[in-house]
Design a protein around this ligand. Sequence first.
Ligand SMILES: Cc1cc2nc3c(=O)[nH]c(=O)nc-3n(C[C@H](O)[C@H](O)[C@H](O)COP(=O)(O)O)c2cc1C
Length: 447
Amino acid sequence: MRLVVGIGLRAGTPYAELEGAVAGLPGEVELLVTLEGRETEPALQQLADHLGAKLCTFSEEELGKQTVPNPSDQVSRLKGTPSVAEAAVLAAGAELLVPKYKTHNATVAVGRLPAAGYGVHEQEVVHRVIAERRDVREGFLQLEVDDEKLTRVLEAAHRAPSVGLSQPWDFLLIRDLATRTKVHELAIRQRDLFAQSLPNERRQAFDGLKIEAILDAPLNIAVTCDPGRGGRHVLGRHADPRTTWFSAAIAIQNLWLAARAEGLGVGWVSFFGPQEVAEVLGLPPHIELVGYLCVGYVDHFAPAPELIRSGWAKRRPLSWAIHEEVWGRRSTSIVDDAHEAAPNAVPATGQRIRVVVGGDATNLASAEALVVDLHEDKPDHDFGVLWRPARTPEEAEEYGVEIARDLALQGAGHLDVRTATDSPAAKALAEGLKAGASACGLTHSCA
Ligand SMILES: Cc1cc2nc3c(=O)[nH]c(=O)nc-3n(C[C@H](O)[C@H](O)[C@H](O)COP(=O)(O)O)c2cc1C
């Protein structure tokens, strides 16, 4: 434990008294803190030397800002601050562990400091690799990935957190061209199916996108998950079996980041049913595919995600993702925000989406259609149906804003808003959709 000791003392306090006051503390004292001017006291200096601790001071003003559990009128009169020992501990950024106690000439309080993070430069490197990791589908070089590098990258993946330390992943390394060709055929088939499901404009944009590098990258890695690994009593998995797959996905993220740091590109391909790939790879029935990765040296790492650079999608602002204490509570109302943003919104171009509020899956015949289902019962899963059983019209309006904003991030240019029922929730959600659309520069119409 990293300790900080706050000391208020009279001039001339004997060293032995201070040494006795801090004897037997439950950790290493890193910092001695006191009121500005007191650092010249010989006993304090000697104590700092004895403990190998740094001696720091705070001004009356800095100490006076701290809210301490045991303020003293007498100290306030004499020193201009209601506390020295406790206030100095808090001012040092520590949590108060032992409230102030007195010796004949001194007052002492002890705090514990948070464990140290990395130095600024190292922090920057971590954030840089996170920011500069890219999903790479182009520019792979026909160079073997050397074993040492690959081992380091796999070690990073293998160090990932996992539920109950079950380590449910395995890494199947695929270099064989015949196997990769079979996997590639699966991806091409799914690519075609997806293209056919898109509205015309969106299909044209999709045609220009590369979505895999299975044959270009010399190495493919199938990351699998064994949902039963470790037997019956894996700690933390019993209540939520999904944690096994989360663990494997985190391993992939570790792999991805380490690969970026090593100058290796990684592209994740999910254009196939996991079972189809499992069959091609001959996975045993109890093993499931989590991620299929194309890995290799690349000629460059793009500065931004390909889907952003091509205009296919946009980044969601962090503030949209943060809720305070209760879902939906934000520092300002998103409906008010939307109305405020509308006059300055940059006009967006993109696909037309017909949003049927209060409809159901039967309204999905056209590829342009999207349904907002307001029923209490959860509908069958379909990405064309957004289930929003709003509890109040206010909540419905917020959902409308959110849906519109998120559609704007996925290439929408116009919302054609229709209401299939005239319930207050449907009307409010439709209003929210229009407000959200205007805030993002989308045009809208209604019927
Ligand atoms: C689970 C998952 C599946 C993905 N599947 C594909 C895919 O099939 N094809 C593709 O081109 N990119 C795929 N990606 C990459 C994303 O498109 C990419 O991460 C996103 O656009 C952000 O870009 P960035 O990774 O370069 O930051 C996938 C990413 C994840 C996390």
